[in-house]
Design a protein around this ligand. Structure first.
Ligand SMILES: N[C@@H](CCC(=O)N[C@@H](CS)C(=O)NCC(=O)O)C(=O)O
Length: 256
């Protein structure tokens, strides 16, 4: 059961993201059920923006589990979409769906089957290893656990960056692999300010990759004011949130 605080979370995007939300308020065949603060939403939002797909942005608070939203995603997690009346969820599945469905838009996966499979391998690495290390580091309270999480985060990031051809994972083509990690790179400052993360711990192409992600127009257009994220992540930093992610991390289970 989510707490009172989560149910009453600041309920709309701010900054650049607010303008983007406004620009996508008209009815459309594709309804994007989103929560402004959610990094998983951010993944799919980036795919929609990069591919310049027409969509209607609909803000939901996933902690409230309202019936209208549960009808779209019975798990009650954002993001989800309804497309021509049919519903789908899971950020990475949604991104693959957008890639398959909107073939006339800019491709976010390479043509070659082997290269596509290799992209999926690294998406899997980022989704399973890097993302969970990020949440573990954020939620850890004792210093030794924070260090342990941070080391794991740095190692999984370095392993990934060794595969980045530069400037992007595939070289010149920006892809779903870059999109998979971008929302957490954007939020990395939380770990810098509260968990001792430093660019020097990673080295290699990290500073340049991080800079390019933060400057990417799709990332800027979908980002709210930094202060809002700082407020939102307090409950993770104090390990007080009752989100499904936080509960999985506490229980040592895979992320939902
Ligand atoms: N694996 C899911 C995770 C989605 C997820 O956990 N979203 C969070 C918001 S960031 C959520 O809906 N939380 C509601 C809850 O924990 O009850 C995905 O990639 O889409």
């Amino acid at each position: 059961m989510s707490s009172f605080v989560e149910k009453n979370i600041y309920h709309h995007a701010s900054g650049e993201a607010e303008q983007t939300v406004k620009a996508h308020s008209n009815k459309c065949d594709l309804v994007f059920y989103a929560a402004w603060f959610c990094p998983f939403v951010h993944r799919t939002w980036l795919a929609l923006e990069e591919k310049e797909i027409l969509y209607e942005y609909r803000e939901v608070n996933p902690y409230k589990k309202e019936k209208e939203f549960l009808d779209i995603n019975p798990l009650g997690l954002t993001p989800a979409i309804a497309y021509h009346g049919k519903a789908l969820h899971e950020s990475l599945v949604l991104n693959e769906f957008l890639e398959d469905e909107f073939t006339g838009s800019k491709p976010l996966l390479p043509k070659d089957s082997f290269e596509r499979a290799r992209c999926r391998l690294w998406i899997d690495h980022l989704a399973k290893k890097f993302t969970s290390a990020f949440f573990r580091t954020m939620q850890a309270q004792e210093e030794d656990k924070q260090k342990e999480g941070l080391n794991e985060l740095v190692e999984t990031l370095k392993t990934y960056l060794d595969q980045v051809k530069g400037p992007w994972f595939l070289g010149e083509q920006f892809s779903l692999v870059d999109i998979t990690v971008a929302p957490w790179i954007f939020r990395m400052y939380i770990l810098e300010e509260h968990r001792g993360f430093k660019d020097e711990l990673v080295g290699g192409c990290w500073p340049e990759y991080k800079k390019l992600i933060k400057e990417r127009p799709s990332v800027i257009k979908t980002s709210s004011d930094r202060q809002r994220y700082t407020e939102f992540y307090q409950r993770y930093l104090q390990n007080e949130t009752e989100s499904e992610i936080a509960k999985a991390i506490r229980a040592g289970k895979p992320l939902p």
